[in-house]
Write a protein that binds this ligand. Structure first.
Ligand code: F6R
Ligand code: MG
Ligand code: MG
Length: 365
C-alpha cells in the first residue's frame, strides 16, 4: 500500500509572546482535519505543536505536492489564524505570507516535509519538529544518523545498511541541488552541509533500494519575504528500523546538543535542546531552540501514536548540557559567536543601520 505522509506547519500566533501555542488554536485545527477525514481525503491525521508552531501531520493517498492536501493545510491555518486573532495572540497569522492560496503552500510561508512510500510490514516513523531555529539544523543530525558509524553502528554491522545512503543537498541561495553518496563522498559533502545556513539536506535515500529514508523542510522564510519574519522552525520525517537506522540510532544525535542558528529574534547561535512536546515552551531569551520527536507506527496509513520520544529520562543529561551551553553563549550578549555573523544579519536591522550611517564612514588614508 502506497501512502503519503505530509507534515505541514506554520506559526499562526504565539501564546504567550512566541513561547507556546494556545489550546484553542490546536482544537480548531483538529476540527478542520476531523471534518476532512470524515469526507475521506485523509486516511488519518494528528495535530500537535512545537513551541509556537502548529503542526499538521497527515496521511493520505494523494502523493506529495498535492493541491487538495496543501489547500486543506492552508485553509486550516487561515481558520486557526481567525481564532488567534480573536484571542489577540502574538503574531497572529505571521507565517501566512500571502493573501491567497495558489496551488501549493511551498513559498507561501508554511514549512513542508512530505514523502510517499510503500508501507512496510512494520513502518516506524519519527517526526522531528523544531522551534526557534532554521532549516539547516537537521544537517548534522541527518549526517550522523545516515553516515556516521560512531552514531549508527548499523552502518557497520547490519548488512542491509552497509552499502550506505544517498544525500540530496539543496543550495537554497542559488536554488540548485546535488546528490552525494555516503560513505565514499562524505568529505566532499561535508564541505557543503557544514555550512547549514546555505546548504541543506533535503532528503536521504537507501543506496540499494532507492527508498526514501528521510525528508526535511528547507524553506527559508527570510529569503521568501526578503526580510526577517520569524525563523523557519523546520520539520523532518525519518523512517526507522529494518534497513533504516533503528529508533535509538535516529534519536542518538540529539543526545549531544549542538549549536544552531535562531533563538532570540532569529539572530543568535544557541543549543538545540531535545524536549517532550509539553516542554516545547522556549522561554529563556525566547529559547533556547527546541526539538521534539513524535514516534509512530503506521498501520494502513493509520497513525498509531504518537509516542513523545524525547520525554525519556535518558535525554535529561542532554537538556542539562544544553542549558549549560545556553549560559555560555548568553555571556557574549550582542557579540559573535552568540549573535549571528554579518551575512546572516542581512535580513534583520543591519541594512537599516548601515543606511543611516552611510555618510559617516570615512575612507582610511
Ligand atoms: C524568534 C522569535 C522571537 C521574536 C521576538 C520578537 O524566532 O520568534 O525571538 O523574534 O520575541 O518578536 P516580535 O518582533 O514579534 O515582537
Ligand atoms: Mg512566533
Ligand atoms: Mg516558532
Amino acid at each position: 500500500m502506497y501512502i503519503t505522509l505530509s507534515v505541514i506547519k506554520a506559526d499562526v500566533g504565539g501564546y504567550v509572546g512566541h513561547s507556546d501555542s494556545h489550546p484553542d488554536v490546536l482544537a480548531k485545527a483538529d476540527d478542520c482535519l476531523a471534518k476532512v477525514k470524515r469526507e475521506g481525503l485523509l486516511v488519518d491525521y494528528r495535530v500537535t505543536k512545537c513551541g509556537d508552531d502548529l503542526q499538521l501531520i497527515m496521511t493520505h493517498q494523494q502523493g506529495v505536492d498535492n493541491e487538495k492536501i496543501h489547500k486543506l493545510a492552508w485553509d486550516t491555518f487561515v481558520d486557526c489564524t481567525e481564532v488567534a486573532k480573536k484571542l489577540k495572540l502574538h503574531g497572529a497569522g505571521q507565517d501566512l505570507l500571502s493573501d491567497a492560496f495558489s496551488g501549493n503552500v511551498r513559498g507561501m510561508g508554511p514549512g513542508v516535509a512530505e514523502m510517499e512510500f510503500e508501507e512496510r510490514v512494520a513502518e516506524t516513523i519519527i517526526i522531528f519538529m523544531a522551534d526557534k531555529t532554521s532549516s539547516g539544523a537537521w544537517n548534522m543530525p541527518l549526517y550522523k544518523m545516515f553516515a556516521d558509524p560512531f552514531n549508527t553502528v548499523g552502518l557497520v554491522i547490519a548488512s542491509n545498511m552497509h552499502s550506505g545512503f544517498t544525500f540530496e543537498v539543496h543550495d537554497i541561495k542559488e536554488h540548485k541541488k546535488i546528490t552525494f553518496n555516503a560513505p565514499e563522498e562524505i568529505y566532499d559533502m561535508l564541505v557543503f552541509i557544514g555550512a547549514p545556513s546555505r546548504y541543506m539536506v533535503k532528503a536521504v535515500y537507501h543506496r540499494e533500494t532507492n527508498e526514501i529514508a528521510a525528508v526535511s523542510s528547507t524553506q527559508r522564510l527570510a529569503l521568501i519575504a526578503g526580510r526577517y519574519v520569524g525563523k523557519d522552525d523546520p520539520v523532518c520525517i525519518v523512517r526507522s528500523q529494518g534497513h533504516f537506522p533503528a529508533v535509538g540510532e535516529v534519536l542518538e544525535p540529539f543526545a549531544s546538543p549542538i549549536l544552531v542558528e535562531g533563538w532570540m529574534r532569529g539572530s543568535h547561535m544557541g543549543p538545540l535542546m531535545p524536549v517532550s512536546v509539553p516542554d516545547s515552551t522556549p522561554t529563556r531569551f525566547d529559547g533556547p531552540p527546541r526539538v521534539v520527536a513524535a514516534g509512530f507506527q503506521l498501520s494502513g496509513g493509520t497513525l498509531v501514536g504518537p509516542r513523545d520520544m524525547f520525554a525519556d529520562k535518558s535525554f535529561n543529561l542532554a537538556r542539562h548540557q544544553a542549558n549549560e551551553m545556553a549560559d555560555l553563549m548568553r555571556r557574549h550578549g550582542p557579540f559573535e559567536p552568540h549573535r549571528l555573523p554579518l551575512e546572516e544579519m542581512e535580513y534583520t536591522t543591519m541594512p537599516e543601520v548601515m543606511k543611516k550611517l552611510e555618510g559617516r564612514f570615512i575612507n582610511l588614508d
